[in-house]
Every structure is written in C-alpha cells, then in structure tokens.
Design a protein around this ligand. Sequence first.
Ligand SMILES: Cc1ncc(COP(=O)(O)O)c(C=O)c1O
Length: 394
Amino acid sequence: MNQPRRSPDWLQRIRTLVSERRDSSNWRSLTIRDEVKVALPRTIDLSSNDYLALSRHPLLIDCVRDAAARWGVGSGSSRLVSGTLPIHAALERRFAKFKHAEAALLFPTGYVANLAVLSTIPQPGDLLVLDKLCHASLIDGGRLATATGATMRTFPHGRLDRLSTLLADHQIEKPDAARFIVSDAVFSMDGDCADLPRLAELRDAHDAALILDEAHATGVLGERGEGLDAAGLADITISTASKALGSLGGVVTGPVDVIEWLINAARPFIYTTASSPLQAAAIEAALDVIDAEPRRRTRMAALVHLVRLRLNELGLATPMDPTPIIPIVVGSAQRAIALSAHLRASDIIAPAIRPPTVAPNASRVRLSLHCELTDDDLDQLFRSLASFDWDQQQ
Ligand SMILES: Cc1ncc(COP(=O)(O)O)c(C=O)c1O
C-alpha cells in the first residue's frame, strides 16, 4: 500500500526562515517601551508619531475616562449590527466638518480604512495608480482591488510624468472605466509632501479621481491642522488618529455616496467590531485640542525648520520639507543600526529603518519630531550626530 505523502514540515520551514532572517541585518524584534524608559531615564524620544504630544494630553485622558463611564470600553458588535453608538456618529459629523467634506466614516485603524477604500471604490476594469513609496496599507488595498478585476500600477516616487502616461494609456484602452490616483500626502519614510496641485491637474486632465492618505499630515499641516489638502483638491481622503491625533482609528472623508457605499460594501468595515467608544472620544478631544492650542503646531513647525537647517549645516543634505519626519539616509542596514545605537548611547531613541521598509542601500535613521522637544534636547541630538564616525565603512 502506498504511504500517504508527507506534507512539508511547515514548522521546520518557518524555523529556517527565522534563523536566516536572524542572521541578516534585517531581523526585527519588539522592544517594550517602559523598559527602554527605565534603562534610559532621560530619553529623548524621536521614534514616535505622536507629533503634537496628544497621547497623554489631560483633555484626551479625561474625555476617554468619561466615555468609558458612559459607554463602556467596547462597542459589542459590528457597526451594521448594533455597534454604532451616538459617540461614533458625533465624531463622524465633526470630522467631516474638520475636513470640509460631505461625510466621514470611522474605522478601527488607518490601515483598515485604506484597505476598505481601495478594495471597495474601484470597480472591475478600473485603474489604480500609486506612487511606489505609498504606504503598505495602500499597496495592500490595491492588491485586494486587483482580486476583483481592477488593475494596479505603480510609478517611481514623484515621477508624475510616468503617472500621466499610465493614465493616458488606460484612458485610450478603457475609456469607460474609472482611474484612481492614490498618494500619501506626506510620505512616511522620507517625510516629503506629494505635489498636490499637480496631482489634481493630472486628475482633471485624465478624468480620474484622487485618493489621498493624510496619515502624517492631519493635525500637523494646514492653517487649522486640516492636513496638506487645505484646498480640498482630493476626492477621497483618509486620515489616521494614530499619529498627530495621539490615539487610534482611521477616518475616511468624502462625498456622502462614497461613505454610503463603504458602509454597504467594504468588507473591512462590515466584518469587524465597531471601533471602541474610547477611540471616538479620544479623536474628538484631539480635534478640540488642535483647535484650542495652535501653539503645538507652530512649535512643531519651528522645530522642523530648525532641525532641517542644522542637519544641512552638519553636512547632512536634508530637504526643507515642512514635515516632522526627517530621514538621515546612510546606505547600508549596518550603518543605520550603528547610527541608531550611537544615538541611543546619548539617550536618544531614533530607529534604524531598513529593507524591506525602504529600498536596499537606502537604510536610514528616521527622526520623528514632537512639539515638546526642548532646545536642550536639540543640542543633545546635534552633539551626538557630530560625534558619530560618518566615515566608517558603508
Ligand atoms: C502613510 C500611512 N498610512 C496609513 C498608516 C496606517 O495607519 P494606522 O497606524 O492608523 O493603521 C500609516 C502608519 O501606520 C502610514 O504611515
């Protein structure tokens, strides 16, 4: 009798993958933050996206406490079953107003919101064109869209001539289908901004739509913290509360019909439990603080300008973008790890970002500024950077 075929030893396969990865310079492991703080009591944290330092703001904490007392800590079911609480609806109305949009919809995270929009709004035959450096959640959303018959293309970062060609070709090939330009407002690893006016021009020229991920811009950019798209050029916008708003949640804003369709058809919305009422409370309180304390934003902008200027003075060519994400690109993963460790020895936490998050040979240390950094903190940072052995082998 034939022996049944043995299936591959899946666990052994995983162990091999782990051991190969562990031996490379791209191994990642989790560091528990409190331990870091205990080990380094005077730590300057340049690793978090809490740009306006709202995650510990007393108003957010109070509002979350009140919300817990009133609504409990969980929603109990999905939004379409019975998980939609008045606090969700109030937040969505408020957010739509903040973004000058017709309507808004809250998701558990920005990642899920991006998956929902890109997998639900484009229809079979449509084209999605993404900048190659778009966040992984947009790429993953685009991949989901291809499973239902849409096409996804990417173009090299910032090459809007290539975007234009892709749109024009599709317009000829499938004149009756729709085209979606998808972009980060602020690119998360480089900290540069999308050329929004030009993207809107191409959108108009090619009868397309523009979907903009404002994750790193909402709360930080714009007169009132409304993001990069203060002029309302994008057709659909996704914000996340996990960065400058200090908590957690993704919010899609756009035309009312888009929001209605997401509610009806977006699997990442329908088949998950509604966001916690605590999330809605924290986001609404964050919008209050953004309104009431513009000095957080102005301090942030001043710090961004100063740090970028001082990096250039140190010989580290750094574009003068208005965003708090400032990469120091050093090349190899080993060199990025060495620089991060050097900063760590000066009580500064700034993570090494390595492939696959960035391209090979574009490893970097990513500085992420927040508005509570002091002038002394900056001096400490620049003393440490000046004492790094920049000539060590790439
Ligand atoms: C550009 C961008 N979009 C989306 C996300 C996902 O947001 P969230 O952390 O809320 O899931 C992130 C970061 O995580 C991001 O950097």
